[in-house]
Write a protein that binds this ligand. Structure first.
Ligand code: MV4
Length: 449
C-alpha cells in the first residue's frame, strides 16, 4: 500500500482525497500556488509544497514542478483529482516513467477515451449501444453531405478531440451543413489543435445519465448505478441526483450491464464514468467515457455507502474489487455552490467571504474548502462548495435541500444558493420531468426586497 500520496489538485477535491488518505493511514502531500497559500488543503495535508505562481499553467498544470514536489517529498503516488492533469496522457506517462503511481488511467486509456470518435468505435466493438452516424472521422465535406443524407436530418456534428459541447453543431437541414461543418472545425482547431469531426443522428431533448464504474487490475469491473446530470447551463453541470427520476429497474440493469461490458472490454482500471444520452423512449446511447473521479461522485457514495476515493487508491495499489454491483438504497441530490451571481447571468463573483454559515444536520453533507475570512482567488473555477442531501425518498431529499439552502449563509460574495433554492421549487424539477433542455427556459425570479 502507498505510504505517501501527493494530491495534484486544490479546493474541495484536494480536501476530499486528504481526508480519505488520513482514514487509510496514508501520508498526504498538498501542492499549492502562491494564490492558494491560505487554502484549507494546505493546512490539512501532512506536508505542503508551493509549486508556482497563481496561473494554473505555472502551477497546477506545471508537470515538472509537480513531479519535483513528489520527488522531494518522496511520494509514491499522485492523485490528480478532476480537471487539471487528471486526464492528461502525457502526465500519466511521466508518472509511470518516474515510478510514481498515477491514481487514474494509463496514458493509452486516456488517449483512447479522450479521442471521442475512437472511443465510440471501441464501444461499437464492445457491443455498447451508440448513436447511429458516421463510422469514425469524416474525411471531407463531400463525405459529410453523404453521411448526413444516410443518417437523416437532424444530425449532430461533433469534434473528436472535443467533449463538453465544444466544436459541436446541431444541423436540421442540408443547406445549413456547410456553415456548421466549417465553424465547428474552426472552433475545434482553436480549442484542441485538432479539427477531426464525426457525425451522429441528433437525439432530441436527451437526458444525460451516467454510470459510475470501477475496474481493477484483473480486468474485472462493477457499476455503482447512475447519476442524472441533465440540469446543465452551457455544458456546466449545476445539480445532479441519484437515482435518476427517469430510471426504471430494467433500464438501470441494461445501462449498468453496458457500462460494465465497456469497462471490461477495454480492461479499464480505476474509477470511471460512462456517459449516456437517453431519449424519451428510454433508448440509451454511449456519449463519452471519463477516466477520472468526477465532481458529482459524492451522491453515489451517499446512496450505496461506498468511498470512491478509497476504492481508487485500493485499485491503484492492485487490490481486486469485490465484483458486486451497487444499486441505490437512498436518494441523494448535489447542488454545486458557485461564486457566481445568478441574478446577473451567473457572472463570476470572486472575493473575500466575510461571513459563512454552513448547513448541517441529518442527511446533509458539505464538501468544501472555504471558511469565513477566505478570499476566493479569481484564477480558478468558481465552485466553492458542494451541498449534498440524502434521504429515503426524492421528495424528502428535495425538502432537506430546501432547508439546507435556507440555512446556507455566505456574505461578501454572490453565490448560486438562490438559484438552487428556486430550482427546488420549480414544478418541472420537482416532478422529475426535466431534460438537458431544462435550463434553456429557466428564469430567476427577482429577490423579494
Ligand atoms: C448529443 C446531443 C444530441 N444528440 N449528441 C453535449 C456535450 C457532449 N457531452 C455531447 N452533448 C450532446 N450530444 C447527439 N447525437 C445533445 C448533447 C447535449 C447535451 C448532452 C448532455 C448534457 C447536456 C447537453 C446539452 C446540450 C447538448
Amino acid at each position: 500500500m502507498f505510504k505517501k500520496i501527493l494530491i495534484a489538485n486544490r479546493g474541495e477535491i484536494a480536501m476530499r482525497v486528504i481526508r480519505t488518505c488520513k482514514e487509510m493511514g496514508i501520508k498526504s502531500v498538498a501542492v499549492y500556488s502562491t494564490a492558494d497559500a491560505e487554502s484549507l488543503h494546505v493546512r490539512f495535508a501532512d506536508e505542503a509544497v508551493c509549486i508556482g505562481p497563481a496561473p494554473s499553467s505555472e502551477s497546477y498544470l506545471k508537470m515538472s514542478n509537480i513531479i519535483a514536489a513528489a520527488e522531494i517529498t518522496n511520494a509514491d503516488a499522485i492523485h490528480p483529482g478532476y480537471g487539471f492533469l487528471s486526464e492528461n496522457a502525457k502526465f500519466s506517462k511521466i508518472c509511470e516513467e518516474h515510478e510514481i503511481k498515477f491514481i487514474g488511467a494509463s496514458a493509452e486509456m486516456i488517449d483512447r477515451m479522450g479521442d471521442k470518435a475512437s472511443a465510440k468505435s471501441t464501444m461499437i466493438e464492445a457491443g455498447v449501444p451508440c448513436v447511429p452516424g458516421s463510422e469514425g472521422i469524416i474525411p471531407d465535406f463531400k463525405t459529410c453531405i453523404k453521411v448526413a443524407k444516410e443518417t437523416g436530418y437532424p444530425v449532430m456534428l461533433k469534434a473528436s478531440a472535443g467533449g463538453g459541447g465544444k466544436g459541436m453543431r446541431a444541423v436540421w437541414k442540408e443547406e445549413d451543413l456547410q456553415n456548421a461543418w466549417e465553424s465547428a472545425r474552426q472552433e475545434s482547431k482553436a480549442a484542441f489543435g485538432n479539427d477531426d469531426m464525426y457525425m451522429e443522428k441528433l437525439i432530441e431533448e436527451p437526458r444525460h445519465i451516467e454510470i459510475q464504474i470501477v475496474g481493477d487490475s484483473n480486468g474485472r469491473a462493477c457499476h455503482l448505478s447512475e447519476r442524472d446530470c441533465s440540469v446543465q447551463r452551457r455544458h456546466q453541470k449545476l445539480t445532479e441526483e441519484t437515482p435518476s427520476p427517469f430510471m426504471t429497474d430494467e433500464l438501470r440493469e441494461k445501462m449498468g450491464e453496458a457500462a460494465v461490458k465497456a469497462s471490461e472490454y477495454i480492461k479499464y482500471e480505476g474509477a470511471g464514468t460512462v456517459e449516456f444520452l437517453v431519449d424519451k423512449h428510454r433508448n440509451f446511447y454511449f456519449m463519452e467515457m471519463n477516466t477520472r473521479i468526477q465532481v458529482e461522485h459524492p451522491i453515489t457514495e451517499q446512496v450505496v455507502d461506498y468511498d470512491l476515493i478509497r476504492e481508487q487508491i485500493l485499485v491503484a495499489a492492485g487490490v481486486p474489487i469485490s465484483g458486486k454491483n451497487y444499486i441505490p438504497q437512498l436518494h441523494s441530490i448535489e447542488c454545486r455552490i458557485n461564486a457566481e451571481d445568478p441574478y446577473k447571468d451567473f457572472r463570476p463573483s470572486p472575493g473575500k467571504i466575510t461571513n459563512l454559515h454552513l448547513p448541517g444536520g441529518h442527511g446533509v453533507r458539505i464538501d468544501t474548502h472555504v471558511y469565513s475570512g477566505y478570499t476566493i482567488p479569481p484564477n480558478y473555477d468558481s465552485m466553492i462548495a458542494k451541498l449534498i442531501t440524502t434521504a429515503q425518498t426524492r421528495e424528502e431529499a428535495i425538502n432537506k435541500m430546501k432547508r439546507a439552502l435556507d440555512e446556507f449563509v455566505v456574505e461578501g460574495i454572490k453565490t448560486t444558493v438562490p438559484f438552487h433554492r428556486q430550482l427546488m421549487d420549480h414544478p418541472d424539477y420537482v416532478s422529475g420531468n426535466y431534460t438537458t433542455k431544462f435550463m434553456e427556459d429557466f428564469e430567476m425570479k427577482e429577490p423579494e426586497d
